[in-house]
Design a protein around this ligand. Structure first.
Ligand code: AHR
Length: 541
């Protein structure tokens, strides 16, 4: 019985690779997701616990905090606030992030980092300079710097992902920061940290600059110049601490004219010195990108999957050129929906402290796409080992604060489910779903499904995006080996109005509800997902 099922599974999995045009366009994602022609047909998901893609690195669900707008000042650090602790850290925000369980947080930028002198943000607070940040035209009083960030990381239980200034900063200054953070004592910069009163932090992950391909970036340079600088910085940093994991700047998105060529040239210079390459992506439901068509918008995670496949191809091309035994991993260290608070005054701080910048308000359809993006990251966990939802508080963020508290934006929910339920290894699922035509993308399946299985306790979680704007779909999960005994949890985010959003006045307008628990019988689980929805279901013994 088992081997007949398995043969069927393998047959279906291999035929899925040739059945549809989107397979060719979007590569790897659709290799195991097929479209059936009848839209009312039951969607079938085949799960075989022995077929996995890769172990899931928890850093796939990281986030990002930049010295930008009200992310740091007011967002997490607000010494004058009634909600702050004795160090000036917002206690309600600490509780929220600790409970979310964010594994890694990138800091201090972003565009900000390319003009930042880390020395301005350490030492006695009264001596720290007030500096105009030219990336966001904002005044930074430097009361929050490296040591305050490390204290915040400890308080929320996360790991730092430190960004380095390779714009105005030098390779020597980058290595000095590594020495300040990681060396125990007895050297210039480690002794300075000791003088400031701190033990070493042993920071493992470092970004060698930010979006250095972008003409908007302070210190923007050519790929070859950047590749040489990254190599020099990496070499000097490794003298200080050989255990580092170093991420080179890849292209800041498929829209830049140097897309992929930048990545290739950078890696030709520094491949041997780095461990990973970064990629960034922000998606908008705009005239230009989607024709403001929500059914296309909800398919855009597939174009991120294409971006991952293309970037992997470049990494492996250079690996081949170099005859290198080393395979790079990818750091998708900025991703989100971002298009409303993106222009003009939304990005100009007018020389003020903690201005309201990039305060994007997210609606239901944004949350559904964020769910889809998380599915894409999960499916690509063999190469994408780290990713950051950009950002975390107030600035294009799942959490917004005011002097009295905070509220959860719509995108908070799919992110929190990934953090809570995606555990263990990524399942290599076979999904048979009806599809629809999307301009420029071909056939796209209505149902986008990703899944994980935990070896420790056998728990299986499926994450299901229903892109169909008008119809519910019935889903049948077929276990190819041992079916779980019961459904443990099932949650759903949906609603009639794709443009509905949360606010301080109506914080629960878009909020999860429980999905009727799927029935399990004869090695199958059956349930239905409503139109315009994202769901998570977890099974166990
Ligand atoms: O996250 C906001 C900005 O977007 C970052 O500073 C920059 O790296 C990107 O362009």
């Amino acid at each position: 019985m088992f081997s007949a099922n398995r043969r069927r599974f393998l047959r279906q999995a291999s035929s899925a690779g040739i059945g549809c045009s989107a397979n060719l366009v979007f590569g790897r994602f659709l290799s195991a997701q097929t479209q059936t022609s009848n839209p009312s047909e039951v969607v079938r998901v085949f799960v075989d616990s022995r077929r996995t893609v890769a172990p899931l690195d928890r850093n796939l669900f990281g986030s990002f905090l930049e010295h930008l707008g009200r992310a740091i000042y007011e967002g997490i650090y607000d010494p004058g606030s009634k909600l702050a602790d004795s160090n000036g850290l917002r206690k309600d925000v600490i509780d929220e992030i600790r409970q979310l369980g964010v594994p890694i947080v990138r800091y201090p930028g972003g565009n900000f980092v390319s003009g930042y002198n880390w020395l301005d943000g350490v030492g006695p607070k009264q001596d720290r300079p007030r500096v105009l940040d030219k990336a966001w035209n904002t005044l930074n009083n430097n009361q929050f710097g490296t040591n305050e960030f490390m204290a915040w990381c400890k308080a929320v239980g996360t790991e730092p992902l430190m960004g380095l200034n390779l714009g105005t900063g030098t390779a020597e200054q980058a290595a000095a920061l590594v020495e300040y953070c990681n060396v125990d004592q007895g050297t210039r910069w480690s002794d300075l940290r000791r003088k400031h009163g701190f033990e070493p932090y042993k920071v493992k992950h470092w970004c060698l600059g930010n979006e250095m391909d972008g003409p908007w970036q302070i210190g923007h340079m050519t790929a070859t110049e950047y590749g040489l600088k990254a190599e020099d910085a990496a070499r000097q940093m490794r003298y200080v601490d050989p255990s580092l994991q170093l991420i080179a700047c890849g292209s800041s998105g498929p829209g830049v004219p140097t897309y992929l060529e930048w990545d290739r040239e950078v890696l030709e210079q520094c491949y041997d010195y780095v461990d990973a390459l970064s990629l960034h992506r922000y998606i908008g439901n705009t005239k230009q990108e989607t024709g403001e068509d929500s059914s296309k918008f909800l398919a855009m995670n597939l174009s991120m999957e294409k971006q991952i496949a293309e970037t992997v191809a470049v990494c492996d091309l250079v690996r081949g050129h170099k005859r290198s035994p080393k395979k790079l991993w990818l750091s998708f260290d900025e991703w989100n929906v971002w298009y409303r608070a993106r222009h003009g005054d939304a990005r100009n701080g007018h020389g003020q402290e903690a201005p309201h910048l990039l305060e994007e308000i997210y609606n239901l359809e944004d949350a559904l796409l964020v769910g889809g993006i998380l599915n894409s990251l999960i499916r690509n966990a063999d190469r994408v080992k780290l990713a950051c939802l950009a950002q975390l508080i107030n600035v294009i963020a799942p959490i917004m604060t005011n002097p009295n508290g905070l509220f959860r934006q719509t995108i908070y929910y799919p992110y929190s489910w990934a953090l809570q339920f995606a555990r263990g290894s990524v399942l290599n699922l076979l999904v048979e779903s009806p599809g629809y035509e999307v301009a420029g993308m071909g056939q796209v399946p209505y149902l986008d499904v990703a899944g994980t299985i935990s070896a420790d306790d056998g728990k299986v979680s499926l994450f299901v995006l229903n892109r169909d704007l008008s119809k519910a779909h019935a889903i049948e999960v077929n276990w190819q080996d041992k079916a779980p005994a019961r459904t443990l949890s099932s949650f759903l985010l949906t609603g009639d109005d794709l443009k509905a959003f949360n606010s301080f006045d109506a914080p629960q307008k878009v909020a999860p509800r429980t999905l009727d628990k799927p029935s399990i019988a004869g090695g199958r689980a059956k349930f239905e997902v409503p139109a315009r929805s994202y769901a998570v279901i977890q099974w166990g013994s």
